[in-house]
Design a protein around this ligand. Structure first.
Ligand SMILES: [Zn+2]
Length: 138
């Protein structure tokens, strides 16, 4: 996936034809993932199922409910344009329907992040694109 940068230097994804449906759904604050009829959901977006290499998958909207599988804390702001958000947690979220998604955790203190914490998607509209983060699930 390509990147572009805002005027402040914040890196943002640059959708391509393969990833565009993911970002179209995100713009509507939906999490859409590809689902293979044999192997189920997979992520990240790609042209073929990573298990059977089939191309007969379809996009489906998911609840996005999952839990924190693993995480790390950026206390420095390694990307200068993200320094204002530090410290923040970057997690590998395991969705209830299978795939794992790496994303920033929002609406939570880094001291409260824990493995197994229930999370749901949180959408951020920024500079013409919508990013998918995760936040604690009530
Ligand atoms: Zn498959």
């Amino acid at each position: 996936m390509g990147l572009r940068h805002t005027e402040s230097g914040r890196p943002l994804p640059l959708p391509n034809p393969t990833t565009q449906p993911f970002f179209d759904a995100a713009r509507e604050h939906r999490l859409a993932l590809q689902r293979c009829p044999r192997d189920g959901f997979f992520y990240y977006p790609r042209s073929r199922c990573p298990h059977c290499l089939g191309d007969d998958w379809a996009w489906e909207t998911c609840s996005g409910e999952g839990e924190v599988h693993s995480f790390t804390i950026d206390r420095v702001g390694h990307v200068p344009a993200l320094r204002e958000y530090a410290p923040f947690a970057i997690a590998i979220v395991e969705l209830a329907n299978g795939p794992r998604i790496t994303a920033r955790l929002v609406d939570v203190s880094v001291d409260d992040v824990a493995i197994g914490m229930p999370v749901e998607p949180a959408f951020e509209d920024v500079d013409g694109i919508t990013l998918v983060h995760f936040r604690p699930r009530a």
